[in-house]
Design a protein around this ligand. Sequence first.
Ligand code: PLP
Length: 308
Amino acid sequence: MCPTPLLPAPFLARHIGLADDVWIKADAWTGFGLGGNKVRKLEHELSPRRLEGVTELVTAGGPHSNHCRVTAAAAAHLGLACTLVLNGQPEDPNRGNALLHRLLGARIVTVAGREARPGAMEERAKEVASTGGRALVIPLGASSALGCLGYARAFREIADQLPGGGPATIVVPSSSGGTLAGLIVGMALHGTPWPVLAVSADDPAGEVKSRAVSLAREAASFPELKPLPTETIEWVGRGVRVTDAYVGRGYGVPTPEADRATELFARKAGVVLDPVYTAKAGAALIHETHGPGPVVFLHTGGHPALFR
Ligand SMILES: Cc1ncc(COP(=O)(O)O)c(C=O)c1O
């Protein structure tokens, strides 16, 4: 994948009273399948070695999942079948990611709740095997130890792009924790922990952090990396603060702070946030980063949610 731009946002910084620079890492522009953070993760999940003999990709998410959209696009691109296990029906399947899941040709299996998703994915994998095919089951959000390596690489990219090489405070939306895990591995490999504010879109902060640190620990043991001691991951993890103070009434439910962040990013930086993840992280940036030092806002994509 080509590096995404690191955009300066001087008018936004000035408007919210920050003396130092604000940068926006434009990972909404990862491009493939309409972009977002899942592209970086799937690049590692769908390596040629893992795809040997595979005939179908199987994954899961909500009825408007960004991850499912990019997985369906990857399957179409690779000439593979795709099954998406989705908990619940979209209000209107002709809008947002629900429309794109269907447009990209995915077969959709609807289950009643989140807890039914893993079983339904395994069942589909068995069905595929029984007809002579092979399914690759991709975990929720592509947040495996392998997938999160995409964000270890993204951290390196940010450090290379930032004038002076950093450090900066990274503000990042979080849910399954894979993006955050990758940043932790990236910082550990770099040898310098940067301050990180991870902003939950749904789950309690403690859960998001422990998922991220445990994925990072697993990824850090891969022989293809310079394997890292667990203590290095723990040390970097200590510099990460996760907040769930911007979730409001729940996943995808708008809040006044997130709406204001959306308006400010649009009008003061020309950058459009999504309502589910980046708007809430934008609200955290406005309320909680007071310097000193520059801030990097990691824009993880999710634009189809504006049109659902
Ligand atoms: C647009 C967007 N931003 C952020 C996230 C959170 O990333 P992670 O699940 O890696 O914590 C997601 C995940 O669903 C997403 O779709």
